[in-house]
Ligand binder design. Structure first.
Ligand code: CTP
Ligand code: CA
Length: 233
């Protein structure tokens, strides 16, 4: 074997990756969205396929990105569509990685016509409603030994550091692994490099050095592969 050959440790494994950012329509021409580019999820899908996995990539508004070779891409737009696509694919998967940025809220109603402004300088209020927590749903209904990975983009605040928030989120979400990106000040969104931590439910913690999104993807699959080899932990 070539010394630089990628491991084929995901051969025979089926994985689902979500990527991109959901868009929640307000009227026929407007939506609430976020800054996720989808590049990290695409790197995860590409690397998994290169390592032998059968990959389903659920891409939320990622039509600008080329489909990774050998990967089945399911295009979606809203959080509810993403939830349905992930729910369809997840039961057969050995691992599910939720790299997509899912809107927590959507406009409570979708206006049938374009919302127009009026002459009195007033502005409308947009009532929002909660979207389903897809990751929490996955964890609650997962088949035995399925590995579930979440992503968190965090900024520190007066209540705690990036890592404090991430550990709390890992416990709350109940997934096996949580990838934490420090965001703000031009970090992570839309860039080709990512940095952060990988936290495991068992309390392990790895610092992810600044590097490409492919590197981060490889680190995630290394950890997932490790957990797959020790089922029932
Ligand atoms: N996620 C999800 N469904 C949602 C929101 C988030 O599946 N409705 C997933 C994301 O794909 C990600 C993980 O949950 O893998 C963490 O997302 P994040 O927004 O950091 O978590 P939240 O629980 O929404 O917490 P916060 O209030 O900080 O946004
Ligand atoms: Ca959120």
């Amino acid at each position: 074997a070539r010394p630089d050959a990628l491991p084929r440790d995901l051969e025979g494994r089926r994985v689902v990756v979500s990527a991109g950012g959901t868009r929640e329509p307000l009227d026929p021409v407007r939506y609430l969205g976020n800054r996720s580019s989808g590049k990290q999820g695409y790197a995860l899908a590409r690397v998994a396929a290169q390592r032998g996995a059968t990959v389903t990539l659920v891409g939320a508004n990622t039509s600008e990105l080329p489909d990774p070779a050998g990967v089945e891409v399911v295009p979606v737009s809203t959080a509810e569509q993403l939830a349905a696509a992930v729910r369809d694919a997840a039961p057969a998967a050995d691992a599910v990685v939720m790299a997509a940025a899912v809107a927590d809220f959507r406009p409570a109603t979708l206006a049938e016509h374009k919302i127009k402004k009026t002459d009195d300088m007033s502005a409308p209020t947009v009532p929002l409603t909660r979207n389903p927590d897809i990751l929490a749903g996955l964890v609650a209904s997962r088949p035995k030994d399925q590995i579930v990975v979440g992503f968190a983009a965090e900024t520190g605040d007066e209540r705690g550091s990036v890592l404090d928030h991430a550990r709390t989120k890992l416990k709350r979400k109940g997934c096996d692994l949580l990838v934490v990106n420090a965001v703000g000040e031009g970090k992570a969104f839309g860039t080709d490099d990512n940095t952060g931590w990988l936290l495991s439910q068992q309390g392990l913690q790895w610092r992810i050095p600044l590097g490409s999104k492919s590197r981060l993807a490889a680190t995630v699959w290394d950890a997932v592969g490790e957990l797959m080899r020790q089922p029932g932990q």
